[in-house]
Design a binder for this molecule. Structure first.
Ligand code: AMP
Ligand code: GLY
Length: 430
């Protein structure tokens, strides 16, 4: 591996990117790190440039102007717009897949056809561009049934319809009322899968891969998984539901066929494969791939990595083989997302936030939707605002540390779920 020290640019503004910046700061490979656009927490520690994550041309210009040696792309939008291709054309190594590979996330139809072509276990499905055949398909199948906008919809384009009537109205709203704009002009209708949901993040480079700890997110906004879907309200890793033999089965039936399938399709895929899996009675099945790290999963995966995480990403950007294994802590890591009351619908912004001066052992605060005002006070600036993260050999202790911090944080519209990791704690008690 190239041992020169790197000027790194991190693209994005969420908790995921703040966690990546923290890893850069502790990496022996890193000379300096900057971010675009960043958030209040990143602004406190590094230089941030106010360029949105979807302004590909401006970001490439920034990387050239600032003599950046390595770019780490956080969110999916710049990947789907082809930022890796653009950086590659000016010879700047960057972590993430090119536009062809990013289609796994930018088009659910592409992704499902890929699963079918390569015999990767997934829910039975069909995709549609027009109303009549979609309605007919619903008539010939049983409810519950899942309707998905094929394009990017910020995690909101999936409707689980309890009956055929709701399914038909979801199809109508996507194809005719265009509720998801162009993202819903093509839809996937698929079988509802029952089971426990789990995510596995995989770093891929030159056909080699490394799996990070299996994690669980909490997608619904409310306690006991009630209310609308969000980007994720809390996470933990590793989860005990994935034991060694299940991990092996997932790698053999899903991860390896994916990497081989990409190669067969002529896609040179380097970057993250974030597999959203359902553990069904008939074995693990894949719901979807994301082509970037999850948020808030990244915030619990990175603190467990004891080797140089940035070196792994840089190796992938250079298309080098990855090590066969890495050192992972045997602790548990957990995060609770502090959001603004109202999220994922309308919520207030611009409220001052007061953080505790001291934190418990192995506990940290990462920023998401925050910024610094003209007096350098932290104010809220998004739906998901902060992440409280803690590590411990015992996940209940990590939870107690986190909730004591959540309680001390002061800001008017503070909201968080009080039951993050409760399912795992109960499983461990059995
Ligand atoms: P996706 O964006 O495809 O991951 O879907 C968002 C969420 O909808 C997933 O995390 C699942 O909780 C749920 N979901 C998606 N597809 C299915 C399915 N076929 N069966 C059951 N739940 C699903
Ligand atoms: N936490 C879900 C996601 O990053 O898509």
């Amino acid at each position: 591996m190239d041992k020169k020290r790197l000027n790194i640019l991190v693209i994005g503004s969420g908790g995921r990117e703040h966690a990546i910046v923290n890893k850069c700061l502790e990496s022996p490979l890193c000379k300096n790190v900057i971010a675009a656009p960043g958030n209040g927490g990143m602004e406190e520690i590094i230089e941030c440039f106010p360029i949105p994550a979807d302004s590909v041309e401006e970001l490439v210009k920034l990387a050239k102007d600032e003599k950046v040696d390595f770019v780490i792309v956080g969110p999916e939008i710049p990947l789907c717009l082809g930022i890796i291709d653009a950086l590659s054309s000016v010879n700047i190594p960057a972590y993430g897949p090119k536009k062809d590979g990013a289609q796994l996330e930018s088009s659910k139809t592409f992704c499902k056809d890929f699963f079918e072509r390569h015999k990767i276990p997934t829910a039975k499905y069909q995709s549609f561009n027009s109303l009549e055949p979609a309605l007919e398909y619903i008539d010939h199948n049983t409810a519950p049934i899942v309707i998905k906008a094929s394009g990017l919809a910020a995690g909101k384009g999936v409707i689980i319809a309890e009956n055929k009537e709701d399914a038909k109205s979801a199809v109508h709203s996507m194809l005719i009322d265009e509720t998801f704009g162009d993202s819903g002009s093509n839809i996937v209708i698929e079988e509802y899968l029952e089971g426990e949901e789990v995510s596995i993040h995989v770093i891929v480079s030159d056909g080699s891969y490394l799996c990070l700890s299996p994690s669980q997110d909490h997608k619904r906004v409310g306690k006991n998984d009630k209310g609308p879907n969000t980007g994720g309200m809390g996470a933990y890793a590793p989860t005990i539901i994935i034991n060694d033999s299940l991990q092996k089965e997932i790698e053999l039936s899903i991860i390896i066929p994916t990497i081989e399938g990409l190669e067969k399709d002529g896609i040179n895929y380097n970057g993250t494969l974030y597999a959203g899996l359902m553990l069904t009675k008939s074995g693990p099945k894949i719901l979807e791939y994301n082509v970037r790290f999850g948020d808030p999963e990244t915030q619990v995966l990175l603190p467990l990595i004891e080797d140089d995480f940035i070196a792994l990403l840089y190796a992938s950007a250079l298309n080098q083989r990855l090590p066969v294994s890495i050192k992972i802590s045997d602790e548990k890591c957990m995060t609770v997302v502090i959001a603004s009351q109202g999220y994922p619908m309308a919520y207030p912004k611009g409220e001052p936030i007061y953080l505790p001066k001291t934190l418990p052992d192995k506990t940290s605060i990462i920023h998401a939707g925050t910024k610094l005002d003209s007096n350098n006070t932290i104010i809220s600036n998004g739906g998901r605002v902060l992440n409280i993260i803690s590590r411990d050999s015992d996940i209940s202790k990590a939870a107690r540390k986190i909730y004591s911090v959540c309680n001390q944080i002061q800001y008017k519209s503070k909201y968080y779920r009080e039951d993050i990791a409760q399912k795992e704690i109960k499983r461990l008690e059995k």
